[in-house]
Design a protein around this ligand. Structure first.
Ligand code: GAL
Length: 699
């Protein structure tokens, strides 16, 4: 797998997957060959060591069904190889050629409302279509046979962003596969009827072929059925990936990946998917409308590292500047691209790649930024691309690649729960898992507390604190695991509308919060959602009151917090009350509680708290759990540490200054500053506005 040094023009630059990978999607089929030569020269200048090739090339590789043209790709791979640029070779199955849709019209995607999608764009065919699967297998096999041992090929890139833009289809092949999937899951029709509660609204099925796909019906479709269809669809798409991966593995030893969209493609269960790739890779684009978009980027990075189970991962796509598909595609400010990229490295990425190398002159994405923009090598963006390549080279030399990202806190994240909660007819449209997760994450980010994400059934014992911002669906095993975690000494904080249903979206016999009653020491008599815009006051008691007194935030006065969106009528059993509602739908009722269980404790917050109110709540929880926030530094000064896995004890601390002021950071143990051009660091460093400094410290 190591790069052949004969082709390395710069001996200090380490190429290949053993170093930090740097590059982008490369679509040379859009350009004449003389440009390809210039591309390779400029890639070398920029420090690029890998490009993703062939993602959209099916129509060029297989112009007619079964007839392949590899001449151009042979030429390209040899050219890249001679230039020392490694290749992440894609299977092109995210864009079937026109002949495919003409020959197999039945393989087109059918949306939930019955629309049949046409081609003239990109986007896969119906995932369960045997015609699509056969065509994918053929082109994948042809590529793998030809290039499986090509020296340029460092990695395989299967498909592109599975699940986007197509995650589910309601065509006939999907319907047939769905019935088989159900038979495998439930074995009998009785099992299906029971899981879906079909006695409600007279939906009982007596024959397998009576079961429809959950397309749009007269009113709300059975929610348990829709939840299963979401599971089926994730599995069906995963099946497409597995078929291609297994074919590649027959012909190549190179690692296989597929680019996830951990945060922005909610339809794939990536806890399951991530087990099937050799390297986790991920795509993320900033939301230009959000001036603090770097926080969601950080969330996405932490989530990606978590699905990779702490192993290094690759940011396979992000943008050098503005994208083209948002309403207002704001250009990145000078150095913002470096801050984004190095934040991802700080959070475990060992590869930084972009869409795309050279800006496209035509097509839907001609206004998307690129590493080499339309303005060419003289542009600010290209200069910054070269600077970033140099910085990543330094970090590689220093041994950052391969190091881990320690975290003491876990946030629960469960795609199945999110699918269920997003269905219709919930108690309040304001109770949103994404909003709650982001609110908790944002406060932790501002407090410089690094978090992992975890699923409820996994071993949580290594964490000092586990937070469940939105665990609407909780399996019995998940609930038992949380209870064991607390009994064993863990601290748990649960936010409202959690533990409500089991895996079938069914309320447990015994109450709305039955799954967590013992761990939280309370029962939920009734949900009390609020009208839009209404809010209420909570009065803190006990440990929470102490945290409010200690709070430096002037907005917290007299232990009073504001809450909105939600309240519960709580019947407190063994828990201690930490705050009561002063007004709202249940004056004097318990609002926040803490329950001792075994060696640990579990907090429950029945209100939607934001900003300073959420910070005060978390302060009390941090203190309980022994977690130390950093409130002495500006909120938008990001600090993350990677720890070497070897005996050196090296720690690489990334100081990312998103503010417009110089920020002083003091550490007694700094050894050196790793970013080119930065001063040699002493015990205190002053990070200029917009800059990123990476310092090596000893533990
Ligand atoms: C990604 C996609 C790329 C490109 C990019 C533009 O989702 O994988 O091919 O379209 O968006 O931002």
């Amino acid at each position: 797998m190591r790069f052949d040094p004969r082709f390395c023009p710069n001996a200090t630059r380490v190429l290949g997957l053993d170093a930090i990978t740097y590059g982008g999607d490369y679509n040379p089929e859009q350009w004449p060959r003389e440009i390809w030569h210039e591309d390779v020269e400029l890639m070398v200048r920029a420090g690029v060591n890998m490009v993703s090739v062939g993602i959209w090339s099916w129509a060029k590789l297989e112009p007619r069904e079964g007839e392949f043209d590899f001449e151009w790709l042979d030429y390209l791979l040899d050219l890249l190889h001679k230039g020392g640029i490694r290749v992440d070779l894609a299977t092109p199955t995210a864009a079937p050629p026109a002949w495919f849709y003409k020959n197999y019209p039945q393989a087109r995607v059918v949306t939930r409302d019955g629309t049949v999608l046409t081609n003239a764009s990109r986007g896969m065919a119906a995932p369960s279509s045997p015609d699509y699967q056969r065509a994918c297998a053929n082109v994948t096999r042809a590529l793998a046979q030809r290039y499986g041992n090509h020296p340029a090929v460092a990695m395989w890139h299967v498909h592109n962003e599975y699940g986007a833009p197509v995650s589910d289809s309601y065509d006939n092949a999907s319907r047939d596969a769905w019935r088989i999937w159900l038979a495998q899951r439930y074995l009998t029709l009785d099992g299906v009827n029971e899981a879906w509660g079909t006695s409600f609204w007279g939906q009982t099925y007596y024959e397998w072929d009576e079961i429809p796909v959950p397309a749009i019906s007269a009113t709300v479709t059975n929610p348990s059925m829709r939840l299963d269809y979401a599971r089926f669809s994730s599995d069906a798409v995963l099946g497409c990936y597995l078929q291609e991966r297994d074919i590649i593995k027959e012909h190549s030893a190179a690692p296989v990946t597929t680019n996830f969209m951990a945060l922005n493609c909610p339809s794939m269960d990536l806890w399951a998917w991530a087990q099937e790739v050799d390297i986790v890779s991920n795509d993320y684009y900033l939301e230009a409308a959000d001036p603090r978009g770097h926080i969601k980027l950080a969330l996405d990075s932490d989530l990606t590292r978590s699905i990779a189970r702490g192993k290094p991962w690759i940011l396979l796509e992000h943008s050098t500047s503005g994208v083209n598909w948002q309403d207002r595609n704001v250009a990145k400010k000078p150095k913002e691209m470096a801050r984004n990229s190095l934040s991802s490295v700080a959070r475990g990425a060992d590869g930084i790649m972009f869409f795309q190398w050279r800006a496209a002159r035509f097509g839907a994405e001609k206004f998307h930024s690129a590493m080499l923009p339309h303005a060419g090598v003289r542009s600010r963006v290209f200069r910054e691309v070269c600077d970033l390549g140099a910085a990543l080279g330094e970090l590689s030399q220093a041994g950052v690649a391969g190091s881990s990202v320690p975290a003491e806190v876990a946030l629960l994240w469960d795609w199945e729960s999110f699918w269920a909660q997003d269905l219709e007819w919930r108690p309040s449209i304001d109770a949103q898992h994404r909003e709650r997760t982001l609110a908790f994450y944002t406060q932790l980010w501002e407090d410089k507390v690094t978090v992992d994400f975890a699923y409820p059934e996994q071993d949580l014992s290594a964490y000092k604190l586990v937070i469940a911002p939105a665990s609407y669906l909780l399996t019995d095993a998940g609930a038992a695991n949380l209870a064991d975690y607390v009994r064993g000494g863990g601290k748990l904080a649960v936010s409202f509308f959690s533990g409500v249903v089991n895996e079938n979206d069914t309320v447990r016999h015994g109450g709305l919060g039955a799954a967590l009653e013992d761990v939280l020491g309370l029962r939920i008599d009734e949900f009390l959602p609020l009208r839009s815009g209404d809010s209420y006051t909570l009065l803190a008691e006990g440990k929470l009151a102490d945290a409010c007194v200690a709070s430096v935030d002037a907005r917290i006065v007299g232990g009073k917090l504001r809450g909105d969106v939600w309240a519960d009528d709580l019947d407190v059993q063994t828990a201690e009350i930490m705050a009561r509602y002063l007004d709202g739908p249940k004056p004097d009722g318990a609002a926040i509680t803490r329950n001792l269980l075994g060696q640990g404790a579990a907090w429950y917050v029945s209100s939607r708290l934001v900003g300073a109110d959420l910070a005060a709540f978390l302060d009390a929880v941090y203190l309980d759990a022994g977690v130390s926030p950093r409130r002495d530094l500006p909120a938008d000064f990001e600090i993350v540490t990677r720890a070497s896995r070897d005996e050196s004890g090296d720690r690489f601390t990334f100081l990312i200054n998103h503010t417009e002021q110089v920020v002083d950071y003091v550490s007694g143990t700094i050894v050196e500053n790793l970013i080119p051009g930065g001063e040699q660091a002493s015990a205190a460093v002053a990070v200029p506005p917009g800059e990123v400094w990476v310092v090596r410290e000893h533990a």
